[in-house]
Design a protein around this ligand. Sequence first.
Ligand code: FAD
Length: 621
Amino acid sequence: MTNIERHTYDVVVIGAGGAGLRAAIEARLAGKKTAIISKSLFGKAHTVMAEGGAAAAMGNVNANDNWQVHFRDTMRGGKFLNNFRMAELHAKEAPDRIWELETYGALFDRTKDGKISQRNFGGHEYPRLAHVGDRTGLELIRTLQQKIVSLQQEDFAEHGDYEARIRVFQECTITELFVENGAISGAFGYYRETGEFVLFETSAIVLATGGVGKSYKVTSNSWEYTGDGHALALRSGATLINMEFLQFHPTGMVWPPSVKGILVTESVRGDGGVLRNTDGKRFMFDYVPDVFRKQYAETEEEADRWYSDPDNNRRPPELLPRDEVARAINSEVKAGRGTQAGGVLLDIASRLPAEQVRKRLPSMYHQFKELADVDITKQPMEVGPTCHYVMGGVEVEADSTAAAVQGLFAAGEVSGGMHGSNRLGGNSLSDLLVFGKRAGEFAANYATEAGRRKPSAAAVEGAVETALAPLTRGEGGENPYTLHHELQEIMGALVGIIRREGELQESIGRLAELKERVKKVGVSGGRKYNPGWHLALDLRNMLIVSECTAKAALERAESRGGHTREDFPKMDPNWRRVNLVCSLDGEDVRLERKPLPVMRPELQGLFDRSELAKYMTDEEL
Ligand code: FAD
């Protein structure tokens, strides 16, 4: 009989990025015994890598900003496919969540008069990103961890045990959720270092596992982002929405090859950086779509004046939403106006004095100096699109973050709906604070109602068997690294930034073949720190999530946000009314069309009718 470490908690939070930590704090503040589980080291998550900042309409730099303008920008950025209620809650609650961080000990950069400073970012009408240089995520995670430590100190004072009501399990990967009689009863996983198994008995789980980028080769995502939470939700009977929408960030490093995909923050453009092709042309002026034409400058002079006088000039087109800029760079490179390494040039050197660049963008300065031997205060950066963020995720109820399975909640990047077809930069850090808090609160309420539950012995045995299968097959099985490489090739070549019907069909066939091979994956060695085994277990998650993306991308016969179909290049108002919902039918992904919730009239009233007419059908208007 396999040895399994067992724990019982009121609330189990899977993921220790911003969403997970904020959820855990709220559950603990509600008095619940809470576990935080993290696949990576505690403190190492995408949240810590966030550079630009957190979007919140505080109006500190431009007093015209307010939640209504933020809501409008978010809906426009998502091309109106967003769950309007999530976008509304997000815009209304983000400023309070930022303030609250300062009460926990965060210190954001300041304006001259001592307010939290806010910077410009693509798609945001006013300077809106609260930031700490270009290391905002680090401050956010540091602060949330500090709050957790202070709660543990309170618990020590009261119970003589720091971990009495909140405990962190790091380097621990969850591979299975248990559902009995339609409700969550626990989670199962293993410690990466020892390979020992661990079981959490609980009635309330918050998924906060982040993104899916590791299905692509060129990505800003790190090794943990294999879509585990998405797959765990699907397998437990919950649904995913918007899986066709992936954000390819326009500016990843393209050279040298060993660092291809690493992010170059949008703050470079927010602080004045411009994009040029190899002819020296500032090409973004040629790519302003009709829906955005009114808000963006038509000449370089007007665009440059906007930085000092934003009320009387229109924004530079370099600050269009990310999907537009990524497609423009892709077109320039395809037309032969890109660099040899397949990128374009991002120039901050000729726009800001060297000491300003080093002060405002310290991480970028070091990143290029150390990784590419480029001094960005003197030379332009070479950049191109990189797979960055998944808009799709667990379908949740907007106010409570509850998924379709009782006791399952989701927040942060793993949840879907908030960003529609395209996320605005800075809206993720605020999203994870707003909905992380809500997830913790509602999971705690649910745990009170549901009481404690535990999974059946048979279910736990099944999870052990599935986890051990690659080791049992041993070296004779399929190689996990080969399969991962093939998956990345398929996704990059056939389900990438520009999509076509024939290629998508081909991808679905090839993913089905790969799925059969993943069932035969085998690894040598034992359970003690065995990265091949870890990858073998991650692969089935990546496969199922990639199948969702490919099938939804084939179904959606239009182009919108992070989904571009060469054969259907325009947005179609009829498709705006539809969410594609993925669920599991046996082992296969099933797609259903579901109508989008209709925006309340007072929220519709925030837009000009002429603007809504670009997105909505006559019947809706
Ligand atoms: P994450 O922070 O990604 O954390 C996920 C957690 O889940 C990790 O602890 C991981 O170990 C854990 N996990 C995953 N799978 C499992 C499993 N099976 N078992 C146990 N634990 C698991 N957004 C902005 O708004 N502004 C920015 O400036 C910005 N800059 C960015 C820069 C970079 C380089 C990147 C990659 C992203 C950036 N983003 C930015 C996006 C933003 O950082 C992420 O979307 C956000 O941090 C996601 O937070 P999260 O809490 O949902 O998940």
